[in-house]
Design a protein around this ligand. Sequence first.
Ligand SMILES: Nc1ccn([C@@H]2O[C@H](COP(=O)(O)OP(=O)(O)OP(=O)(O)O)[C@@H](O)[C@H]2O)c(=O)n1
Ligand SMILES: C[C@](O)(CO)[C@H](O)COP(=O)(O)O
Length: 233
Amino acid sequence: MKKDRCTAIVLAAGKGKRMGSEIQKQYLLLNGRPMLYYSLDAFQKCERINEIILVAGAGEEEYCQREIVEKYRFSKVVSVVPGGRERYHSVANGLHAITDCDYVFIHDGARPFLTEDIIERAYAAVIEYQACVVGMPVKDTIKVVDRQSFAVDTPERNALWQVQTPQVFSYELIRKAYDLLLEQGDEAAVTDDAMVAELLLGSKVKLVEGSYRNIKVTTPEDLKIAEAFCSGN
Ligand SMILES: Nc1ccn([C@@H]2O[C@H](COP(=O)(O)OP(=O)(O)OP(=O)(O)O)[C@@H](O)[C@H]2O)c(=O)n1
Ligand SMILES: C[C@](O)(CO)[C@H](O)COP(=O)(O)O
């Protein structure tokens, strides 16, 4: 039987506005290596993954090729493509760079604590459900608020998960969903890939256990947490 071909898209085209650092956060050093190194390393080492597409900031492709891909010998990276204005534009560019794959793992380069276990759990789910995202049950109570910050609803916590990446799909499904999204032309209020599949195709997306360590490094506080994780705390 033919083995599934799995491609990872690693997103590193964000501006990191909430981090507010001089260097974009994906290039900040964690334990002596750029943050982006860690998710590429997880996919590079995982046998399940055949190829990696790296999405870099427009104009930063050569820098990423030289200082990340070649320097750390990420042989699975088959192309470095420019990202777009919003995350979903960057994902669409990554999807267009894929030539032959069955399943695609879309991952934030700003989530450095990806593990092989997470990749394998997501693979097991995607072959069954065609669409899955990694996440964890929320620990806090969540309130829905109005424009004046008054609570209007308290959803049942057992039904709430915080969503992470990788978000993993059959290539055909997610390519179709993103093509439909881009055909709409105007600004889309989508904040993850599952939403694109849910809204455009009505897909049922399975949630898979990730890890509370699989954080997105978004603000300076997150960077401190990431540094603590790296130093073994
Ligand atoms: N146009 C964009 C926006 C985001 N990303 C990537 O998507 C991931 C998740 O985005 P986030 O952490 O929000 O990063 P930024 O967009 O860089 O952060 P901010 O919103 O604070 O500017 C990151 O790996 C980021 O590099 C991307 O490739 N292209
Ligand atoms: C996709 C994501 O990482 C899921 O949590 C997240 O939504 C991306 O965040 P952003 O701040 O909208 O880029």
